[in-house]
Design a protein. Structure first.
Length: 255
């Protein structure tokens, strides 16, 4: 799908991988609607991009709130042709802690609600808007989901996170098949260790050790490399129903 002239929504777009994806799409001519929580620095991120960019605050787990944000984005920039879901949380907790207490069910549910239910909410609402627009070269839209290598090699303490991202992986092919008749592609990216605000909270030596564990290149991934893959997925019509690992051949150890 041609990117120039399209409207793209990016959830989690105020920072990290989402902001990088927004910058990458904007650089090649898309209008970008950053969707993030009201308290996020979305206005700042949109202002940094300049024209053809805006912030539309919403919680991805809210059906009405997200629907309103997408409607406002279309009113501002035109019909949505690209959706990139980067909103997510990474709460840590073992199934049983060191004292033998089980992980609070509310904590598990909260992570799954944001990472999986929120992803599906974005998918279904974006697809509904894409499906009514005229096709261009047989396509009406492209939706990119963000999984994680934790979906395949969840580490100790990642039960909720791994389960939620595993759900995103399982959703990708089914959604691609569901939406094929509408001319909408769905693909996923499973990032490894990337230099995002989440990892920026760690000390420099800890970040360097993590990067050194990547086979090649021996460093943390750069957000713009994630953005490059988003762009390629959108532009390559044969990428559909697949989750692509973006991890430098990393396979996560138990801890």
């Amino acid at each position: 799908m041609r990117i120039a002239g399209r409207t793209a929504i990016i959830t989690g777009g105020a920072s990290g991988l989402g902001r990088a994806a927004a910058c990458g799409l904007h650089a090649v001519g898309a209008s970008v609607a950053l969707v993030d929580l009201p308290g996020a620095r979305g206005e700042e991120a949109a202002a940094a991009l300049g024209d053809r960019a805006g912030f539309f605050p919403a919680d991805v787990t809210s059906a009405d709130g997200l629907a309103a944000a997408l409607a406002a984005a279309e009113e501002a920039f035109g019909a949505i042709g690209i959706a990139v879901n980067c909103a997510g949380v990474a709460t840590i907790g073992r199934v049983l802690d060191r004292e033998g207490s089980p992980l609070p069910l509310e904590q598990f549910e909260s992570v799954v609600r944001v990472n999986l239910v929120g992803t599906f909410n974005v998918l279904r609402l974006a697809a509904a808007r894409m499906a009514v627009r005229p096709p261009e070269e047989g396509e009406r839209g492209v939706i990119v989901l963000t999984a994680s290598v934790a979906a395949f090699e969840g580490q100790i303490g990642q039960a909720a996170y791994s389960a939620s991202k595993g759900g995103v992986v399982a959703l990708t092919l089914t959604a691609a098949r569901d939406l094929a008749a509408a001319g909408i592609r769905v693909a996923g990216i499973a990032p490894g260790l990337f230099d995002t605000p989440m990892l920026a909270m760690l000390p420099d030596d800890a970040r360097q050790r993590l990067g050194a564990g990547v086979p090649h290149p021996r460093r943390l991934g750069r957000p713009e490399e994630f953005a490059d893959l988003v762009r390629h997925i959108v532009e390559n019509p044969m990428i559909n129903g697949e989750v692509i690992r973006l991890d430098g051949a990393l396979r996560m150890p138990p801890r």
